[in-house]
Design a protein around this ligand. Structure first.
Ligand code: F0G
Length: 374
């Protein structure tokens, strides 16, 4: 199903700017029926953080991080869910389902509850972080853990979707894309159009949505140029990067990476993701787990932003793209940080920190005095 905007006249940024800065500010550009009730947790309106220190480390003159971790459930998925769950309710769905590496499921469970619908989530056994699993449990989702990873989980949803046993809320649902495209509107609204946008790629839904959003703004005359898109995958799970490089798409069997959110071997949207990369005159590259963890550390320690490993991959990829001369040092760049560090505490605990254990306050004070003077 393709969803297109129609009959839109007289829109300007002024119309939007009179409203609260959250996703539904762009109501006219989200083509759900006018009588549909909107179920929102005030998602979107996420901070666009200027990252001067990190930018200077990466040799990028102007770098911004779009911090999607500040969405209500801690990831960009909330943008798609407010729209798709509102539609699920409008269509009379009693139950919703998704396959997930953990963020889609957390978000779906929250919004389903907000709309009074029952959530069922299918997640890779042992493949999602504690933070994400705890969200599904808290919202009372029915949880099915499946062996064989995300791709196996996704195949269940694709089968269910055919006979509509449950309403599917993976990004094969076009309403998800309609919500997620608003990240493009927000960037253009606040900053204008940057030269490059770096984005992590898993199933390929978000890069598809980002590109759709910018193309719509151009068509509506709200922006005059388009950004180039840098798509980043983890080395052990990079079928789209391989297709971009070699011209042939081949799923990755048994994908591996520390960035569990994007541990996906056979992305549903690989064709649309490739299209966004080529149409935007963009680029795709993969990064190692070590590069991802190093980027996660830099984002935290230079800018104070905590992001999960999948999100850090966009910065790791940007670093490489600048080194390769693909992104220019004078370019304006926005990196999308898709999810919050609290989603994956184990990955945060990998990092070094000065750590001491003391028995009482006197010892603590003695130690601190020594550390401060020493
Ligand atoms: N970053 C994070 C934190 C994610 O959770 C995901 C996807 C992506 C990036 C990639 O986005 O799939 O649209 O290309 N997470 C999905 C999930 C697969 O189930 O939560 P994509």
């Amino acid at each position: 199903m393709r969803v297109e905007l129609s009959n839109i006249n007289d829109l300007s940024w002024d119309v939007f700017r009179k409203r609260k800065f959250y996703l539904w500010r762009y109501r006219e550009l989200i083509p759900i029926p006018l009588d549909a009730e909107i179920f929102t947790l005030y998602e979107g309106g996420t901070p666009l953080v200027e990252a001067r220190r990190l930018g200077s480390l990466l040799h990028v003159r102007e770098l911004y991080i779009k911090f999607e971790g500040s969405n209500p459930t801690g990831s960009f998925k909330d943008r798609g869910m407010t729209v798709a769950v509102s539609m699920a309710k409008y269509l009379g769905a009693k139950g919703v389902v998704c396959a997930s590496t953990g963020n889609t499921s957390s978000s779906m469970a929250a919004y389903a509850r907000r709309a009074g619908i029952k959530p069922l989530i299918i997640v890779p056994k042992g493949g999602i972080t504690k933070g994400k699993m705890s969200q599904g449990v808290l919202y009372g989702a029915t949880v099915i853990e499946i062996s064989g990873g995300f791709d196996e989980a996704m195949s269940v949803v694709l089968k269910l979707a055919k006979d509509l046993t449950l309403y599917p809320l993976n990004s094969i649902n076009p309403w998800r894309i309609e919500g997620q495209k608003t990240v493009a509107y927000e960037i253009a609204d606040e900053l204008g159009v940057p030269d490059w946008i770096a984005i992590p790629v898993g199933n390929g839904g978000n890069i598809t949505a980002l590109w759709k959003g910018f193309k719509e703004l151009k068509r509506l005359g709200l922006v005059s140029k388009l950004p180039r898109i840098l798509g980043v995958q983890a080395e052990g799970a990079s079928p789209i990067v391989n297709a971009f490089k070699f011209g042939i798409y081949k799923p990755v069997i048994d994908p591996t990476t520390i960035a569990s959110a994007i541990r996906i071997g056979n992305p549903v949207h690989w064709e649309r993701a490739l299209n966004a990369l080529t149409e935007s005159r963009g680029y795709a590259l993969s990064v190692s787990d070590q590069e991802i963890i190093e980027a996660q550390r830099m984002i935290a320690r230079l800018e104070g932003l905590g992001v999960e490993p999948a999100s850090a991959s966009s910065i790791a990829g940007l670093y490489k793209a600048v080194e390769l001369g693909i992104v220019g040092r004078d370019d304006t760049v926005v990196a999308i940080a898709t999810g919050h560090a609290l989603k994956d505490p184990d990955s945060s605990l990998i990092h070094d920190a000065e750590y001491y254990e003391v028995s009482d306050s006197a010892t603590a004070i003695e130690l601190i005095n020594k550390l401060v003077s020493g």
